[in-house]
Design a binder for this molecule. Structure first.
Ligand code: ADP
Ligand code: MG
Length: 349
């Protein structure tokens, strides 16, 4: 992509290794490679270096990560105010593309685990949400879709001047809006309806994942921890009390995998099911009949129910809506309202 490559100084890629970075310990491992905590001998500070697997597909996508992050850092957030990780350097080392980032802290999944998956206090949910949203606004302005927003890809940022801060990382799956290539994107729990159903996607898919993250920060467990894509869709329908709009179902490529057409194909026909939709989700038995769709045993066992129930009476709080103090009740109501705007089936909304 010529617009983007402008932002990648190819000379830097060809720079010979000068032993600038000394590996201290491994920080994390992902699909794209490994991340090491390194001592930067030039600046006398720690940095996080992502070492990309030396296979062409990973290299290509990592070049995209470098391009999109340069664009975001330099053109859209020059003063580092919008909670997006800073890229410091990139180079080739023994045929591995390496990307150096500012050193950040634990990711939000680790934070939730440390908190025994009991969720964070509302004040932290609010602060983190505002900051992630700030990053998403900048990404939307830049026309960049992150495509893998999840707690593992949001890191505590100790350097942020406020008491608690986060930054969005991992643009390794990101792409430009209108130049989408892949259809199998996003981590399953955070996968948007349009991606599940195979419908052209926009930056709205990040907003869906963001909604899932906000709920998870408060509840402590994923909102839609489906063991399969079908399971994720069933949980959405149950928790949100609705289903994707017919326009989307009619045009999406994968609708037939999950839904049965029960209405008439003729416009104006009244033969619709009880919900007024021309489609209904397949039953467990119908899904069972399709070998490849059989759900595997899930990681989470989570009480099912409507969104407001989950927020008001999630298992750890041991409270019911009735005995919640007034301020907490108002906070929960506001959170449910906020979430409703985010986990919205219709991408246009
Ligand atoms: P992948 O694309 O393989 O998922 P990520 O960029 O998400 O790679 O990095 C994998 C993990 O490494 C992250 O979830 C995080 O725990 C850790 N990590 C990545 N970048 C940093 C950083 N800048 N500072 C500290 N830890 C990091
Ligand atoms: Mg990651």
């Amino acid at each position: 992509n010529s617009d983007l490559i402008l932002y990648v100084n190819l000379e830097l890629i060809n720079r010979k290794s000068n032993r600038r970075y000394v590996v201290q310990e491994m920080l994390g491992q992902g699909t794209f490679g490994q991340v090491a905590k390194c001592w930067d001998t030039e600046t006398s500070s720690y940095v996080a270096v992502k070492v990309i697997k030396n296979q062409p597909a990973f290299y290509q996508q990592a070049i995209m990560e470098v391009s999109l992050l340069s664009l975001l850092n330099e053109k859209f957030d020059p003063d580092d105010q919008h909670h997006i990780v800073r890229m410091l350097d990139f180079f080739l080392y023994q045929n591995h593309l390496c990307i150096a980032f500012e050193m950040l802290g634990h990711n939000l999944y680790e934070l939730l685990k440390r908190n025994s998956l009991r969720g964070l206090q509302m004040k932290y949910v609010r602060t983190f949400s505002r900051q992630i949203l700030d990053a998403l606004i900048v990404m939307k302005d830049a026309g960049i879709i992150h495509c893998d927003l999840k707690p593992e890809n949001i890191l505590i940022a100790p350097t942020v001047k406020t008491a608690a801060g986060v930054k969005v990382i991992d643009f390794g799956s990101a792409c430009m809006e209108g130049k989408t290539i892949y259809s199998y994107i996003q981590s399953r729990y955070y996968r948007s309806p349009e991606v599940l159903l195979g419908y052209p996607y926009t930056t709205a898919i990040d907003m869906w994942s963001f909604g899932c993250i906000v709920a998870e920060l408060f509840i402590g467990l994923p909102l839609f921890p489906g063991a399969s894509e079908y399971d994720v869709l069933c949980r959405m329908i149950e928790i949100l009390g609705g289903q994707p709009p017919d326009d989307l179902l009619r045009e999406a490529k994968n609708t037939g995998r999950f839904f049965k057409h029960v209405g008439s194909i003729y416009p104006g026909s009244e033969a619709r099911n009880g919900t007024g939709s021309a489609y209904r989700i397949l039953s467990e038995d119908e899904i069972e009949a399709r070998e490849s769709m059989r759900p595997k045993v899930g990681r989470w066992y989570f009480p099912r129910g409507r969104l407001d129930r989950l927020i008001f009476t999630y298992p750890w709080k041991n409270l019911s809506e009735e005995n919640l103090p007034e301020t907490e009740k108002a906070d929960c109501l506001a959170l449910v309202d906020f979430l409703r705007g985010l986990v919205e089936f219709d991408p246009n909304k």
